[in-house]
Write a protein that binds this ligand. Structure first.
Ligand code: AMP
Length: 544
C-alpha cells in the first residue's frame, strides 16, 4: 500500500521562495571589488535572481545548459546560484586558481555556453579565449561604470542585463532529479572530473546540514562562509542559510586576510564561520598579534584537510569558540561527517575531549560509511582497524559527468570509494589516517604530485623525480621535490625549482628540492611514496 503524501519535487527555487516569504528582510552583506560594503535583503537577492533568470532566457539559454562562474563569494554570485539553477540551467562553478590548461579543459568538457566572471578574473579568460571558442558570451559581474576595457567578444554587463528585466517570473516546475550545479575536482591523475549535483541532492544536503549536530543553523545565526562558492557550493551554505533564514556575510576577495575576516566577524556579529584550516591559521595569527578576541563568534566548522589539535585548542581556550571538524568531498556535496559532541561522552576529560575533536566526526543521517581492507572485507568499528573508506547516500555522486563508469570510482554493490583510509570508533567517530591518493593538499586545495613529477622529469638533467607533501604550519602541506640527477651535482637547486615557473600554477611549485642517488621502488617499478614520506617526515622546508 502506498502512502498518501504529496509528491512535491525538491527544488532549489523553492528555497528561494521560502527565503523571500519567511525571511524577506534578512540581510546579506557582501564585499565586492566595486563596493566594500554592499547590503541588501533575501527578498532583494531573490528578486534579482528572477531578473537574471529572465535575462539568461533572453540570451537564448535553455534548460540543462551550463552557465559557468569564475568569482569570489559575493551577492551577485549568490544570485547566479539561484537564477541559474532555479530556472533549470546548470550552475558550473570554476576555481579561478586553476592553471590555464585546466580551465580550458573544464570549460570545454562542461560545454559552458556563458561564463559569469568577476572583473578581476577577466584576464584569465582573455588568456584562453581562443581555446574556448564554444563559449557564446561572457557576463562581467559588475555595473556599467566598472566594466573592464576588454577585447573579449560578446561581453555583457551583469547589472545592465538585470536592469533590462523585471522580477515578474515564475520558476519552472522541474524534475527534482534534474542537474542543478556542476563542480570539477582537480584530478589526482589525469583530467579533472565533474560532479553533477541535482536539485534533490542539494535540498536533502541542506536539510541535513542545518540539523543541530551538523552545522546547527538557525534564523538567529549570522554565517560567514570562508569556503569559496567556487568549490563544492561553499559546503552548501547558499542553500542551508536560505533554508534557515540566517544572515549571510560574504567576504568577496578577502578570504585569506585574517584582519579583514576579524573585522567582518566583529562588525557583523558573525556567530558561525566555515573554512579550511589554513584560513583559520591566518585569523588566529592576526588575533594573536593584534591582541583581539573573537567575542561574538560561537562556532566554526573546519574541514577539507585534517585539523591540527593546536587549532582546536586555540579556538576553545583563547576565544571560547567551539570548533567542529567536518569531513567530506566534492563528490559528497560535501558533507559526510561532523564532529559534534554526543550524549554519553560528557564525562570525558579536557584532554580526551580534544583528542576526540581531532577526529573527522560522526556520519550525519543520509551518509552511510564502511571501511574495508585490501581483500574487500568490511572492518569493525573499534577505532583500531583501518581500511579504505566507502560511502553511500542520496547526496553522493553515482558517477562523474560524461565518464559513464570509466572512473572506477564505485564498488560493484554501489558504494563510492573515497580514496581515504580511516578508522571508525564504537561511537561512530571516523578518523582519517591516510590517503590512498598521493596528492598534496596545500591550503585546502589539491596539488597533483604526478603533474609535478612529470614536469620535473622534463628537465634535461633529471633521471627520476618524486614529489611528496611535507607538513607546513600555514598551508597544512607543501610539495617537496626529490630528484635523482643524471649526474651527481649536475643540477643547481635554484635552477631545478625555477624550471617549474610558467609550467605549473605558481602555488604548485615545490617549496624545496632534495637530491638523492636513488628512489625506493616497489616490485612493479613504482616509487614507494609511503617510504619517502617516512624518510622526510621531519624535513624542514625553507621558511621564506
Ligand atoms: P575535496 O573534494 O577537494 O573537498 O577533497 C576531499 C578530500 O579532502 C577528502 O577525501 C579527504 O582526503 C580530505 N579531507 C576533507 N576533510 C578532511 C578532514 N577533516 N580531515 C582530513 N582530510 C580531510
Amino acid at each position: 500500500m502506498q502512502g498518501l503524501m504529496m509528491d512535491m519535487p525538491l527544488l532549489i527555487s523553492s528555497l528561494a521562495e521560502h527565503a523571500a516569504r519567511f525571511h524577506a528582510g534578512r540581510e546579506i552583506l557582501a564585499v565586492t571589488a566595486d563596493n566594500p560594503e554592499h547590503r541588501y535583503t533575501f527578498s532583494d537577492a531573490v528578486s534579482r535572481s528572477k531578473r537574471l533568470a529572465k535575462a539568461l532566457q533572453a540570451l537564448g539559454l535553455e534548460q540543462g545548459d551550463r552557465v559557468a562562474t569564475i568569482a569570489w563569494n559575493d551577492h551577485r554570485h549568490l544570485e547566479i546560484y539561484y537564477g541559474v539553477s532555479g530556472s533549470g540551467l546548470v550552475c558550473h562553478t570554476i576555481n579561478p586558481r586553476l592553471f590555464p590548461e585546466q580551465l580550458v579543459f573544464i570549460i570545454n568538457h562542461a560545454e559552458d555556453r556563458f561564463i559569469c566572471v568577476d572583473p578581476m578574473f577577466v584576464p584569465l579568460l582573455e588568456a584562453i579565449a581562443d581555446k574556448i571558442s564554444n563559449v557564446e558570451g561572457i557576463i562581467v559581474m559588475t555595473d556599467a561604470d566598472h566594466m573592464p576595457d576588454s577585447k573579449l567578444p560578446n561581453l555583457h554587463c551583469y547589472e545592465t542585463l538585470l536592469g533590462e528585466q523585471s522580477d515578474d517570473y515564475e520558476w519552472p516546475m522541474l524534475d527534482e532529479n534534474a542537474a542543478a550545479a556542476l563542480c570539477y575536482t582537480s584530478g589526482t591523475t589525469g583530467d579533472p572530473k565533474g560532479i553533477l549535483y541535482s536539485h534533490r541532492s542539494t535540498i536533502l544536503h541542506a536539510y541535513a546540514s542545518v540539523a543541530p549536530d551538523a552545522m546547527g543553523l538557525a534564523s538567529s545565526d549570522t554565517i560567514l562562509p570562508v569556503v569559496p562558492l567556487f568549490h563544492v557550493n561553499a559546503w552548501g551554505i547558499p542553500y542551508s542559510a536560505f533554508m534557515a533564514g540566517a544572515k549571510l556575510v560574504l567576504p568577496g576577495p578577502k578570504m585569506g586576510d585574517g584582519e579583514a575576516l576579524y573585522q567582518l566577524m566583529d562588525n557583523e556579529d558573525v556567530t558561525m564561520a566555515l573554512g579550511v584550516p589554513t584560513v583559520w591559521l591566518a585569523l588566529l595569527q592576526y588575533t594573536e598579534q593584534a591582541g583581539k578576541r573573537l567575542d561574538k563568534l560561537e562556532r566554526t566548522l573546519v574541514g577539507g584537510a585534517a585539523v591540527p589539535r593546536s587549532m582546536i585548542e586555540a579556538f576553545h581556550k583563547k576565544h571560547d569558540v567551539e570548533l567542529r571538524q567536518g569531513w567530506g568531498m566534492t563528490e559528497m556535496s560535501p558533507l559526510g561527517t561532523v564532529n559534534a559532541p554526543k550524549a554519553g561522552l560528557e564525562g570525558l576529560s579536557e584532554d580526551e575531549r580534544l583528542d576526540l575533536a581531532t577526529k573527522a566526526g560522526r556520519g550525519i543521517f543520509g551518509v552511510e560509511m564502511r571501511i574495508v581492507n585490501d581483500d574487500g572485507e568490511v572492518q569493525p568499528w573499534d577505532g583500531v582497524a583501518y581500511g579504505a573508506l566507502q560511502v553511500r547516500g542520496p547526496w553522493i555522486c553515482s558517477d562523474y559527468f560524461k565518464l559513464e563508469g570509466k572512473a572506477g570510482s564505485h564498488t560493484d554493490d554501489g558504494w563510492f570509494e573515497t580514496g581515504d583510509v580511516a578508522t571508525i570508533d564504537p561511537d561512530g567517530y571516523m578518523a582519517i589516517t591516510d590517503r590512498t591518493k598521493d596528492v598534496i593538499k596545500s591550503g585546502g586545495e589539491w596539488v597533483s604530485s604526478i603533474d609535478l613529477e612529470n614536469c620535473a622529469m622534463g628537465h634535461p638533467g633529471v633521471a627520476e623525480a618524486a614529489v611528496i607533501g611535507v607538513a607546513h604550519e600555514k598551508w597544512t602541506e607543501r610539495p617537496l621535490l626529490i630528484v635523482v640527477p643524471k649526474e651527481e651535482g649536475g643540477i643547481e637547486k635554484d635552477s631545478m625549482l625555477d624550471w617549474f615557473d610558467g609550467k605549473v600554477a605558481s602555488w604548485w611549485k615545490p617549496d624545496d628540492v632534495v637530491f638523492v642517488s636513488e628512489l625506493p621502488h616497489t616490485a612493479t617499478g613504482k616509487v614507494k611514496k609511503i617510504e619517502l614520506r617516512k624518510q622526510f617526515a621531519d624535513y624542514e622546508l625553507p621558511t621564506s
